[in-house]
Design a protein around this ligand. Structure first.
Ligand code: 3AM
Length: 730
């Protein structure tokens, strides 16, 4: 049998093993040369001594299984996997820049560098959560860097697909690294995405102070501190951290997960706000990412004449925190305290956590019970901690009852029972688009589609709107504002683009003429603001007569969204639909008689359906079945069909494009690639469908086109593009 270092100089699969990069957890990572592609890769190999141990093998295979589901620009891509003389291996992109842990050990990390890392990996973490995958071992050594400042998540070896074992959406047992473990993780309680948000908070603390919130001599005592002790103030270690940033860190580290940021991007956005940076992350139509943020609340003007008033509850006068404005002082090197423990201790603690989870759970629970008893008798719990350590009673009561904001695994069965066999062969492992030409310009259209698309794209770290003429493949940038612009809709008369933008600090609706790029002064000088309030106003759409813009608004600032409409000049704001749930992505039927929209549970994102509401009759119904997860509907131009997004299998969260009759009958899968297809809408003649999916070729979200029967799929954009809509009449 081969030992790890015997592999150097050998060829395994098509890879020549050159040197050991490092050993982490259970595996050895080698630098290797991929002969076929003449490139450097990283090959992670399970050492021979573990190759017959079921636990290690299972963990290794789990990583392969999970990572093959995850395609995100901030997740280290896995190219290949295989087995060599009984040892399984994974081939990954080689990350030349080391890890975030290396940066911390090197000394000062300035706030800009920290924000850059957090804002890159937060969407990746939310993306994984959206696919029901918890990382469970997020820490700086699992954040790898390329040589261009890119940060990537890696090591999903102990990640868990929620609900995989059919026991609901929980994970059991203690796994992970004690220094980064949430209180619920240390106690072996069910986990959810907020457990990873906690670990991100620990990382943030460490990157900005040079030390972790809880340090002690043994993994066990650190795990106990995670449950019992309050984290020290980050500013006590680095006075240059602003109060606003400190508040963000401490909120991420709350013992009670309900008090943490509900999503990683919420944390990243709060961090950017706390440093007065523009927030640009947007994933609004992807249902696993409801991200209500505390903001200044300016009540919406009271609707003048209500189109419909189902259970209208006036918005609260004012409730939430003011927007933070304290800036971060100019960065300079932070004096670092050298950590007491080397990396190896924590690595082995992680493996110890995996292997010996039962024992650690038991010890932590016993310790917690003892501390609780002592605390309630004489308030003397501080003796167990090096630092400020008060016991939080709430930690020990009701933690297990927290509702994880993730998918209901039963929806898989429910959904597949509803839908007929996909019309596309989904045994195809990856999306293989027709006519891909990776270059700076969009691909020429080869499937006959024509007209003009408008979409948003993230270029140079900013979201702006773009226009693409499918005839000559010329792309024009429309908006240039430094705030994020996204989710546009073109009026049926073809004259106006409505979109959402962060340009006044929170999402509001704006309009500009469709031909603004040809007008003097360019588009920016023709943008006008439609809504102006303290709420998130999102995802506009037009009435058939182009007189009204309908949009969703989180007027209660609690994750619920109501549907409003207004004229494009901002006049005559009216509540259209409100039922206390999260309603968004409204679309008028071409006849104008009713609206359809995404409707679902505000808090957990598990129940997403296509709702239909008739304002005249007040009739509200859902077109898709209970237990299914369907969202973002769009009508065909003749109003006969609805195209929408379907959670494909419930458990792994991959999305497909569905189509059904306008009355909800005959649901079928129109297109199911291997990824998360979204942003689907019809061409004005109904002959084509555009959608967004992560491109294997450019490694980012791109716009695709296909015929309306799901055939002739073609990638159109090459530099990123999302949520395209056709210009009617083009
Ligand atoms: O031992 P150190 O910290 O230097 O950064 C990872 C760690 O390095 C590195 O392998 C070691 C054990 O995990 N590593 C992991 N994946 C890698 C990759 N895809 C990688 N280095 C480069 N590319």
């Amino acid at each position: 049998m081969t030992t790890s270092d015997d592999l150097i100089g050998k060829q395994i699969g098509g890879y020549e093993i050159q040197s050991v990069i490092g050993r982490g957890g259970m595996a050895t990572v080698y630098r290797a040369h991929q002969v076929s592609m003449n490139r450097v890769v990283a090959v992670k190999v399970l050492p021979a001594q573990y190759a017959h141990d079921d636990t290690y093998l299972q963990r290794f295979n789990q990583e392969v299984k999970i990572v093959s589901q995850l395609e995100h620009r901030a997740i280290v891509p896995v190219h290949d996997y295989g087995e060599f003389e009984g040892q399984p291996y994974i081939v990954m992109r080689f990350m030349a820049g080391g890890s975030a842990d290396d940066l911390i050990r090197r000394g000062a990390m300035d706030i800009e560098q920290v924000i850059s890392i957090i804002e890159q990996i937060a969407p990746a973490l939310d993306y994984a959560h959206g696919k029901n995958v918890l990382h469970r071992d997020l820490k700086p050594s699992n954040v790898l860097l390329d040589d261009g400042g890119g940060a990537f998540l890696t090591d999903f070896g102990i990640a868990r697909i929620l609900g995989e074992q059919g026991v609901g959406i929980t994970t059991q047992g203690v796994v992970g690294t004690p220094s980064y473990m949430s209180p619920e993780q240390a106690q072996g309680h069910p986990l959810d995405n907020r457990s990873d948000v906690y670990a991100m908070g620990v990382m943030l603390f460490e990157m900005l102070t040079g030390r972790r919130p809880f340090e002690s001599d043994t993994p066990y005592s650190i795990a106990v501190l995670q449950v019992t002790a309050q984290p020290p103030a980050p500013r006590s270690y680095n006075p240059e951290i602003s109060l606003a940033v400190e508040n963000v860190i401490l909120r991420a580290l709350r013992k009670d997960r309900d008090e943490r940021y509900p999503h990683a991007t919420g944390l990243a956005e709060a961090l950017k706000r706390a440093t007065n940076q523009v927030v640009t992350t947007v994933h609004d139509t992807q249902p696993s990412l409801p991200r209500p943020q505390p903001r200044v609340q300016t009540p919406l003007p009271q609707p003048a004449s209500q189109l419909a008033q189902p259970q209208y509850i006036p918005p609260p006068a004012s409730a939430s925190q003011p927007r933070m404005t304290t800036g971060m002082p100019a960065s300079r090197p932070i004096p670092r305290r050298r950590r007491k423990n080397g990396n190896g201790v924590w690595m082995s603690a992680a493996v110890g956590g995996v292997i010996g989870c039962g024992l650690l759970t038991l010890l932590v629970i016993i310790a917690v019970l003892v501390i609780t008893a002592i605390s309630s008798n004489n308030q003397s719990a501080g003796t167990i901690s090096e630092s400020n350590s008060s016991v939080e009673q709430s930690t020990f009561t009701g933690e297990g009852s927290a509702v994880p904001p993730t998918l209901d695994p039963t929806s898989a069965a429910a959904r597949s029972a509803l839908l007929p066999t996909p019309s596309v062969d989904d045994s195809t492992p990856t999306l293989i688009p027709v006519g891909v030409r990776p270059s700076a310009t969009p691909n020429p259209v080869t499937n006959g589609a024509s007209g003009t698309l408008i979409y948003f794209a993230e270029r140079d770290s900013n979201f702006d709107l773009y226009k693409l003429d499918l005839g000559d493949s010329v792309e024009t940038r429309l908006t240039t504002n430094s705030a994020a612009d996204s989710y546009m809709a073109v009026s049926p008369d073809g004259n106006w683009i409505a979109f959402q933008s962060l340009r006044d600090g929170d999402w509001e609706i704006y309009v500009m003429p469709t031909n603004c790029d040809t007008l003097s002064g360019g588009c920016e000088s023709h943008v006008s603001q439609v809504t102006r309030n303290g709420y998130y106003d999102r995802i506009p759409a037009w009435s058939p007569d182009s007189e009204w813009i309908i949009f969703s608004s989180d007027t209660r600032n609690d994750g619920t969204f109501d549907l409003y409409r207004t004229h494009p000049d901002g006049s005559d704001l009216q509540l259209v639909f409100e039922n206390g749930e999260r309603n968004s992505h409204a679309r008028y039927a071409p006849s104008g008689a009713y609206i359809i929209f995404t409707t679902g549970d505000a808090k957990d994102g598990t129940t997403w359906n296509i709702g239909r509401f008739n304002p005249q009759t007040q009739d509200f119904t859902t077109l898709t079945g209970a237990g299914s997860k369907d969202w973002s509907p769009n009508f065909s131009p003749d109003g006969a069909s609805i195209i929408y997004l379907v959670d494909k299998d419930g458990v792994q969260g991959h999305a497909a494009i569905g189509v059904m009759d306008a009355n909800g009958e005959n649901p079928a899968i129109l297109y199911d690639g291997s990824g998360f297809e979204w942003g689907a809408s019809y061409s004005p003649d109904g002959g084509y469908v555009t959608f967004t999916v992560y491109s294997q070729v450019t490694a980012q979200e791109e716009i695709f086109l296909m015929r309306a029967d799901g055939s002739d799929v073609q990638q159109v954009t090459n530099q990123g593009g999302q949520y395209a809509v056709w210009v009617p009449g083009s």
